[in-house]
Ligand binder design. Sequence first.
Ligand code: OSB
Ligand code: MG
Length: 371
Amino acid sequence: MGIQLERITLRQIKMPLVHFFETSFSRTTERHMVLVEVVGGELSGWGEVTAGENPFYNEEWTESAWLILRDYVAPRVLKHRFESAAEVGARTAHIRGHNMARGGLEVAVWDLEARMLGRPLYQHIGGGARREIPCGVSIGIQDSVEQLLQKIETELAAGYQRIKMKIKPGWDVEVVAQVRRRFPDIRLMADANSAYTLDDAPRLKCLDEFNLMMIEQPLAHDEIIDHAKLQAQLKTPICLDECIRSAHQAEQALAMDAGRIINIKLGRVGGFAEARRVHDVAQRAGIPVWCGGMLEAGIGRAHNIALATLPNFVLPGDVSASKRYWARDIIRPPVETTTHGTIAVRDERGFGYGLDLDFLDSITVRREVIS
Ligand code: OSB
Ligand code: MG
């Protein structure tokens, strides 16, 4: 069949969060994200860049993504003849880093190709191992422990299958202890977003007594070796997030037992092709994976749902209902969960949801058509 992109439209949108989201590295109250629309033939495919507003999770942010897409990615992919979406990543692999910008375009081409074939995206990427994906929630650092306990209560009542709480120095062992005291039996985990060093091992070891499912990315964003040293001292499995940006890094990390679970994020690894390779590496090693989130709007959320239908996504991920983040999402219908804490996979072609284009236009702050 082949794909040739005739036009790429970049859009920057602005969406206020219904509640601030705080990690060890920053507090976010409003998202500014870049959407990528690729046009080939009569059809469009859509992608969402998952970079944050500042270069604090990784090196990327909204503005860098815009420039990388406009000046480096678009000129390389426009008019080029691809046999399939699986080839798109390689075409921009000469760009160092910037996986989220590259990935925003790559996932849009997968969506376009699925639409050209008249298939749902999840099938097109080789997923479909489950009809409903298991969901957890990620709960940020709050202004008080009472507020955190309240939020956990609400999410459990909504049916979510596991709770992830953010930790950082000063908001860790004592807070986890209080959560455990209030909720002795829930599936609970903690995400440090790289806030610790190996010198903090004694403190992190204190978390072992709380029966956490895992501790996510305790050490530096680019660190694998120290995670192996830490894992050797911890009973609790380490889950790697920031430091796994490719299947090769996943292979190296698992070979040295730097973690026992991987959080796969589409943007962080540069799109569906690499996400699948990370998934396969983990599966071969007997390591479970789950789908992470980056406070996505509906397009990113829908892509995550498709990804989470691959067979080794066996743990509840961070993909949750639109309404947890947005008063109004850009897709129709919004992402909703069942009462048993799952999202039902939709069978429409492409990413499976409609786009609310009028709403999109009303929140678009910048738009550029590249042809
Ligand atoms: O580390 O998983 C993370 C949000 C922004 C940046 C990093 C992370 C997160 C989350 C939110 O935990 C997950 C979600 O989108 O619900
Ligand atoms: Mg994380």
